[in-house]
Design a protein around this ligand. Sequence first.
Ligand SMILES: [Fe+2]
Ligand SMILES: [Fe+2]
Length: 269
Amino acid sequence: MNKKSDHIDQTKSYAEDLVKVYNAEKAKRKELEEARNALERKNEELKKEKEQLRIYAEDFKNLYEKLLVANSAIKKANIETIYRLSVAAEYRDNETAAHIKRVSEYAKIISSTMELDAETIENIKLASPMHDIGKIGISDAVLLKQGKYTDVEYEQMKEHANIGHLILENSNSTVLQLADSIALTHHEKYDGTGYPRKLKRDEIPVEGRIAAIADVYDALSTKRPYKKAFSKSETLKIMTQGKGTHFDPHIFDSFMDSLEVIEVYQSKH
Ligand SMILES: [Fe+2]
Ligand SMILES: [Fe+2]
């Protein structure tokens, strides 16, 4: 009888244990279910955040593209203004817009064969058209004179470098700072016999040394009211004589290395 009762107790205890295990399992499942739901909710939130970020990125990209277009329009307008002002300065002098564009392009081509970064090369190209902007301050009597200059007239003409400097100095713009430097120094000579400051060698900023070669090459190789266009060999003969005296010999070598590209451009403009 006792044995039977023990057996029943034991069975009851097993049953209770089973119920406990079952309940524990059930609680665990519930916990897991809740954790899974929380994870799903989190995932959903992340998905929404990701989508929001994608929309922001898309908006930002659109805005950035619009900004690039606007910037490029401003840059184009700036470049055009530079050319038109430079043409205004050269207009009375019978020099043409084509001269300005060629000098600008030659300066870029020569700079490209030197160890200069891309931005500086581009800025030199943009700045060189303004090399003679100071001619705007030279009287017609001197600027338009057909015959040879007297010493006094020559001194007055030389002032265009200083006047260009006065027009362009103290700008915050890198291009205008370069233009200032080129206007002031494009008639300096490597041996110190140029004007207006008789600077020599490295005292002449590199952009001035480059512009000097580009300007003289174009002046010699094209027709002017007071002279015919020199042939290629005459032009190069005269220029080579200036290597190391008028022109920086290293930049002159860069110019000679660039000559083929320069001639291709020249033949089309
Ligand atoms: Fe000049
Ligand atoms: Fe010029």
